[in-house]
Ligand binder design. Structure first.
Ligand code: SAH
Length: 235
């Protein structure tokens, strides 16, 4: 009987502790949206709402959870990073998603950006080259209940022809040129946001396909991890 009471109390303490921690994360998330994202000019209401919803702390390594809402990228293992919150917001806003799009992401990493996209579009296809990260992201996204995200391990340079074309493409690793397969798989009227690493800093670039022609616009300077894999080396 005494044992039962002890474990009952222990469970209560742990539950209250977890609730308090979740409240801390909610507060930190709100401060992040106000001071890092709204303050820097992100206005799209849907984007702001989703960033307030998705629990970024569930996508980072336990050792970095307390820093999940700080103004910086964070390590996710395998020498890779989850992007800075403002960059996630800026790239997402650039895609101008309305809700019925098919989106391709290259560089799943933690799965955080994919979750943000899944809340704003109809279907998300995301490719990660590192098997360990692919598995972890799949697990995180499943645990959080996302059903409209397909994750695959492979070289994103080639896109995902089986599901092309895509209304929006987001590349979260930096190639030194725009992969032709991604241009080919972008739908007419579609938007692609991609960091290009042929300069320092890299150029975060918006690409639009208008009447079959490619129109490019530089959004800002940026620093992403490089695109790796065999395909990028061949071109
Ligand atoms: N969007 C991620 C951040 C990704 S960091 C997030 O929200 O957490 C960039 C990722 O791109 C890394 O995980 C890296 O392994 C991956 N990457 C690099 N080259 C790639 C390639 N050719 N194809 C697919 N993924 C690639």
């Amino acid at each position: 009987m005494k044992k039962k009471i002890f474990f009952g109390l222990l469970l209560m303490v742990v539950t209250v502790g977890c609730q308090a921690q979740e409240e801390e994360f909610t507060k930190a998330k709100e401060t992040m949206v106000r001071t890092q994202i709204e303050a820097r000019g992100i206005k799209d209401k849907r984007v702001l709402k989703v960033i307030r919803t998705v629990p970024r702390h569930k996508f980072v390594l336990p050792a970095y959870q307390r820093m999940a809402y700080s103004d910086r990228p964070l390590p996710i293992g395998y020498g890779q990073t989850i992007s800075q919150p403002y960059i996630v917001a800026l790239m997402t806003e650039s895609l101008k998603l309305k809700g019925d799009e098919k989106v391709l992401e290259i560089g799943t990493g933690s799965g955080y950006q994919a979750a943000i996209l899944a809340e704003l579009a109809k279907e998300v296809y995301t490719i990660e080259i590192i098997p360990g990260l692919t598995k972890r992201a799949e697990k995180t996204l499943k645990k959080l209940g996302y059903k409209n995200i397909k994750v695959k391990c492979g070289d994103g340079y080639l896109g995902w022809p089986k599901y092309a074309s895509f209304d929006a493409i987001i590349v979260t690793c930096a190639p030194d040129h725009i992969p032709q397969p991604l241009i080919d798989q972008l739908a007419e009227g579609g938007r692609m946001v991609i960091p290009i690493a042929d300069t320092y800093p890299q150029r975060l670039t918006l690409i639009q396909k208008k009447k079959g022609k490619i129109v490019q616009e530089i959004i800002t300077g940026c620093m992403f991890v490089p695109m790796t894999g065999e395909e990028i080396k061949k071109h």
